[in-house]
Design a protein around this ligand. Sequence first.
Ligand code: CAA
Length: 334
Amino acid sequence: MAELGLMSMGVKETYGGTDAGALAFSLALREIAYGCASTAVMMAVTNMVAEVIQYFGSEVQREQHLPSFGSGHYRTAAFALSEASAGSDPAAMLSTAQKHHDRWLISGSKQWISNAASAGVFVLWARTSEQGNKGLSCFLLPAGTPGLSLGKPEDKMGLRASDTLPLELDGCELPLDALLGQEGQGFKIAMHALNGGRISIASQCLGIARAAFDEAKAYAKEREQFSQAIANFQAVQWMLADCQTELDAMELLVNHAAARKEQGIDYSQAASMAKLYASEAAWRICNRALQIHGGYGYTREYPVERHLRDVRATQIYEGSSEIQRIVIGRSLLS
Ligand code: CAA
């Protein structure tokens, strides 16, 4: 994937990236998710980390890390924000970073970290002061840093080829220039990154839902009951009609958010709307696709049960549907 330029799609060519733009990135993610939703998560999170380093990193940090995304030296990268008791509310995190002479000492634990097992670098958040969300800072933590240990992979319902692990940080020592952006800017960096990440998840939804829909359409034409293809029944046609309508609506919302990002216009509300709608519509589409397959859809013999399991996560990660509604609501009223 790195050879194809898929792991550094937002990175400038001077740093070895593809610099393809937000819309092209979204289109590529849809195609990868059509084949494998887990691979799409690895791609989405890795690109999100690369973009955050490019946007907030110093020139030295960019030169140090970004070429490793395009070359594949970093197989993936990880976004270490959440903790056991700080998921929807990252400002409640407990991990700390303390300045000690010429080092940062980082201690605590992280939860739900996608790509942790294969990441070459982590962007990691820790508390540098007690000032709520203004007390968070962001760091670049290379894999293999002494004191960093990986926990047992989560046994997830779906996205089973994508690893999700907890992390332990036991006095990890980092140089002072491992700070990404300014001290206390961590929350804003996370929100900025997640705005882009939400377009990625909405793109992933499009790929998964289209895969399930294509399976359902093909099956409906081939499966016969009452001496005819079930596609002849209006009940099935209506389900397919609803799927196509929702797929088109998803696509318009995702394209709109990606186009705003590419044009440099504020896209936080558009990204949340795309993610909210796409993740909930994709769930309905995968569920209808399974229903059209009847009992066979409930077995591992057909891929629709995998699509349904995979797509469920999209209503949860990178901000649950409830969080997206908060972001949209606050933006409408601000
Ligand atoms: N874009 C830009 N700025 C934003 C923002 C956004 N989407 N959301 C909030 N902000 C800004 C606010 O404008 C505010 O700025 P000022 O201080 O200048 O006024 C500041 O951030 C604080 O905002 P709030 O007061 O609204 O903060 P809050 O604590 O009430 O929380 C929240 C806001 C929207 C609920 C936020 O906590 C949130 O997005 N939570 C969800 C976290 C999340 O998505 N986690 C995903 C984990 S990572 C993951 O899943 C990756 C993976 O591996 C797959």
